[in-house]
Design a protein around this ligand. Structure first.
Ligand code: ATP
Ligand code: MG
Length: 585
């Protein structure tokens, strides 16, 4: 364990030296003071905190965005330039007569225009929704309708392929601003080219006084457990983005930070845009899709110091072994963190093998807007645990009583629903058009997360599973993560998804779906070996009774294994909402 405590360089900020003390003395008001409200004292605007306040003097010349194009192009944008570009975009919205509070949707790959438009729209007081550019027309139409999109920023080819045909389903949509990415001379009908509009707009924009409670972002959840929900976030969320990146990611001014998430998922906005800029870091943005070799190269050659990624990417890198990672050196790399799914203990150790650094798991949700529980820089990692609540966050493991109230579980190690005491700045303020559902998330002053967890004696939280995914087998309650992690330890296994399959005798049996690492072929003998392997580690009550080896497992675009889809397919039931399903690589 000791090795996991030590980073190659001391990864500690003064504020974290003594975690319990920090927690006791920390307040969100204090975090707010780290930021710098508008000069006129009029409120708090995300884009001001992220960009404009860094746009002067020496910091103004610092690289804010270091962009790596798919085909090898590079672009450096300084804080000063980013402030001007985003102001130009805010002025474009003004010139078009777009009202404050209007929905601005972004549908593009990770191109610079996506980032300047997001920041410019925030300056303008619009509500920003980035969408995955890989979404098909249907999920685009549903989300734009729900969010009453008035403006869409996209590219000419995405517009032609995905939006033109659904345009008449979007009566609210007034302006489509496109970036050219094809060779056709004529712009698609009903669109305007963004470049010339930006060029002719003023680079100066006075951000109107922004109420900290004003809606800023609308993010759709990943759709892992059902139809995606639209979570509304407000401007003061930036206080949490800023503080949590500092606490949980050990991020500091001047760091080179790479968040590999796409802004179509909340991580790619909270930590892929806002938090690092609010801290004055340099953001690496890679336009290309995942490729292990490219990623090793970026980590090395771009001198990334803090890297924030997801278990699915780590598992894909692990598939290829650690030799490829070890053929390079990462002298600048100081801290690695992961979010989105449980990080199997295997992956934490692999980080040490591959990069000489453990991977720090942290937990949060679209609804929480920012990291809530983490393995901090200054504390020993417990592989397999999500970590401890951040300063300012109170987390508990609760059980629901028949009368609808909640109470803490009896023993520290009991499982229950993970809950957070309401009141942190990036908490969602509603599910769009689903008021009743939003209300149901709260009991007394607790927000109930829908995830099951337990807390050990030292205060570390352990993810057990999503309430919907729990398996009831012969009187046992089994969390899929435990079973998945055990199977991940087998050298042939690349990914695992575990479900409960209805059984007339014992309620449900545990069934595992497994994909293999390159060099391993599915066979009956391997299947039997895996069954035996799991039984030996987990015991017969918890081990899967059935294992299916599949070429790959269904995943959301944000990289999560869709257990509900595995289950629906197994039982021959309708697949439900598959709008976020990633097409098989
Ligand atoms: P939906 O709510 O639409 O079903 P989703 O819950 O996957 O989708 P997100 O908000 O993107 O949408 O994901 C948050 C969820 O991801 C958490 O509630 C939790 O289940 C899971 N998660 C995130 N980080 C971790 C982690 N470190 N360990 C375990 N689970 C995690
Ligand atoms: Mg969720």
């Amino acid at each position: 364990m000791e090795i996991l405590r030590k980073s190659r360089r001391e990864a500690q900020t003064a504020v974290l030296d003594d975690y319990p003390k920090t927690c006791a003395s920390f307040s969100w008001d204090e975090a707010r003071e780290w930021l710098d409200g508008l000069p006129d004292g009029g409120g708090l605007n995300i884009a001001h905190e992220a960009v404009d306040r860094h746009a002067f003097g020496e910091t103004g010349e610092r690289t804010a965005i270091h962009w790596l194009g798919k085909a090898g192009a590079r672009r450096e944008i300084s804080y000063r330039e980013l402030a001007a570009l985003s102001s130009r975009f805010a002025n474009v919205l003004d010139d078009l007569g777009v009202t404050h509070g209007a929905g601005v949707f972004l549908l593009a790959g990770r191109i610079p225009e996506l980032y300047l438009a997001a920041l410019g729209a925030l300056k303008h007081g619009a509500v920003v929704t980035p969408l995955f550019s890989a979404f098909g027309p249907e999920p685009i139409a549903t989300r734009m309708t729900l969010g009453e999109a008035r403006v869409l920023v996209t590219t000419t080819s995405l517009y032609r392929r995905k939006v033109a045909a659904i345009r008449d389903q979007l009566p609210c949509l007034e302006h489509v601003l496109v970036v050219r990415d094809d060779d056709l001379e004529a712009l698609p009908e009903g669109t305007q080219e963004l470049g010339p509009l930006l060029d002719s707009a003023s680079p100066d924009y006075v951000i109107p006084a922004t109420d900290p409670e004003q809606p800023a972002l609308l993010h759709f959840t990943s759709g892992t457990t059902g139809k995606p929900k639209g979570a509304v976030h407000v401007h003061q969320a930036v206080v949490a983005h800023h503080a949590t990146a500092r606490f949980a990611l050990d991020l500091r001014a001047g760091d080179v930070f790479w968040c590999t998430a796409d802004p179509g998922w909340v991580t790619g906005t909270s930590y892929g845009i806002i938090a690092p800029l609010s801290l004055g870091a340099t953001l690496v943005i890679d336009e290309a899709e995942f490729d292990a070799e490219r990623w090793y190269q970026i980590l090395e050659s771009e001198a990334v110091s803090v890297w924030y990624t997801a278990p699915t990417a780590v598992r894909m890198m692990m598939k290829g072994g650690s030799e490829n990672a070890r053929s390079r050196t990462y002298p600048s790399l100081r801290f690695i963190a992961s979010v989105g799914e449980p990080l199997n203990p295997q992956a934490v150790h692999w980080g040490v093998e591959a990069f000489g650094l453990p991977i720090h798991d942290n937990w949060w949700q679209t609804e929480t807007g920012g990291i809530m529980i983490a393995n901090f820089a200054s504390m020993a990692i417990r592989p397999g645990a999500m970590g401890k609540p951040l300063p300012g966050i109170e987390a508990a493991v609760l059980r629901r009583l028949p009368d609808g109230s909640v109470e803490p579980v009896d023993h520290h190690d009991d499982e229950g629903e993970l809950a957070l005491r309401v009141g942190w700045p990036s908490m969602f303020r509603g599910y769009l058009h689903e008021e009743a559902r939003y209300r149901r998330c709260f009991v007394d002053d607790w927000y109930l997360t829908g995830d099951l967890a337990r807390r050990d004696l030292d205060g570390y939280f352990w993810f057990v599973g999503r309430a919907d995914d729990m398996i009831k087998s012969a009187g046992h309650l089994i969390g899929p993560f435990e079973v998945e992690s055990a199977l991940m330890e087998h050298p042939a296994v690349a990914e695992v998804g575990v479900i409960g399959k209805p059984d007339p005798m014992i309620g449900e049996i545990v069934k595992a779906f497994v994909s293999l690492k390159p060099g391993h072929e599915p066979s009956e003998s391997l299947r039997r070996e895996l069954l035996g392997f799991a039984r030996q580690r987990l015991g017969p009550a918890v081990a899967p009774k059935e294992i299916d080896i599949q070429p790959s497992l269904p995943r959301t675009r944000s990289g999560k294994i869709m257990r509900r889809l595995l289950k629906a397919r197994e039982l021959g039931l309708p697949e439900g909402d598959t709008s976020t399903l990633e097409t098989i690589r």
